[in-house]
Design a protein around this ligand. Structure first.
Ligand code: AMP
Ligand code: ZN
Ligand code: FE
Ligand code: FE
Length: 294
């Protein structure tokens, strides 16, 4: 058995992180990690660069992606070992990015109505031509002195339900999971605390439903999970026969206070979890290009 620590949830400049894929991989290797997964929002554009850097830096790189799906709380699905060159996946992700592009000008409009002198071009400039996310809006507000930091920008304006928030279109959970499976990947429910489900039986019911759609795992280890939540989600994974994963959701300086591979409460994600995940890699996708939901 390989020992060592890993981080299976990381964003780069391909979406709303602040380190390039290569820099992130070298940073992870320098921090002593054995493996990292690159899980950008709605894009696999950073995967090839990360894999190449992994070979150079001597660290295992897991290709991945993170997508938000339609749910009253917040439901994000991670896809591990997706074939990042799969044409069906490319079509699906470009559709999700289009939903973002439809949302962005609406958020600009709301922020301008709130009195902020900002433009979409400025936000796009911060994103550097990559996938635009709310952290880029936050960075712009902060850069212009409208907010003290990204946290304040989310708390006052950009967070769900706040005045500049605009909900983007999303796939259903079933279609999101399907997209990942059809790209040869392993779908895992990210940070279940953000589902905001209090009752154990409701949560279990939902997980059973998602498992019926093909969900294979739950992200149990996550910096914002309390020790009680971690235990709750661990038990849930055991009870429903799902794999356990974990990661920090590292975003570089766009999400301050996080260190790659570690977190509060002595958060550590062990390589043995990745070994179990790898045993669940499906046979190479025979469906390349067959995705019909778009
Ligand atoms: P988007 O995909 O554009 O809706 O943005 C989602 C990203 O915004 C997440 O991955 C987080 O990095 C960040 N985010 C969401 N909510 C908050 C919050 N309340 N405080 C700080 N960052 C947040
Ligand atoms: Zn993000
Ligand atoms: Fe997420
Ligand atoms: Fe994330």
């Amino acid at each position: 058995m390989t020992t060592g620590l890993i981080d299976l949830h990381i964003h780069t400049t391909a979406s709303d992180g602040t380190m390039t894929p290569a820099r992130m991989v070298f940073h992870a290797a320098g921090s002593g990690l054995k493996a990292v997964a690159i899980t950008d929002h709605d894009t696999v554009d950073g995967v090839s660069e990360a894999i190449a850097a992994g070979k150079e830096a001597g660290i295992e790189v897991v290709p991945g992606v993170e997508i938000g799906v339609d749910y009253p709380g917040e439901m994000h699905i991670l896809g591990y070992y997706i074939d990042h060159k799969n044409s069906g996946l490319a079509r699906g992700l470009s559709c999700l990015r289009r939903y973002r592009e439809e949302r962005n000008p609406m958020m600009i409009e709301k922020l301008r109505e709130l009195g902020f002198d900002i433009t979409l071009e400025e936000v796009a400039g911060i994103a550097g031509g990559n996938v635009i996310g709310r952290p880029h809006f936050a960075a712009l507000l902060t850069r212009k002195g409208y907010t003290a930091d990204n946290r304040e920008a989310f708390d006052r304006y950009l967070g769900a339900g706040k005045p500049a928030y605009v909900k983007k279109d999303r796939l259903s959970p079933q279609d999101g999971i399907k997209m990942i499976i059809e790209a040869g990947g392993i779908p895992v429910l990210a940070h279940p605390r953000y589902l905001r489900i209090r009752e154990d039986h409701s949560l279990k019911e939902l997980i059973h439903e998602l498992r019926g759609f093909g969900l294979k795992g739950i992200e149990v280890f996550y910096p914002e999970h309390t020790p009680e939540e971690t235990e709750r989600f661990y038990q849930l994974a055991s009870a429903t026969g799902l794999l356990v994963t974990g990661g920090t959701d590292f975003h570089g300086t766009n999400k301050p206070g996080l260190k790659i591979g570690t977190g509060p409460g002595d958060l550590r994600v062990r390589y043995s979890l990745l070994e179990k995940l790898k045993k669940n890699i499906p046979n190479p996708s025979k469906n390349n290009g067959s995705l019909r939901i778009y």
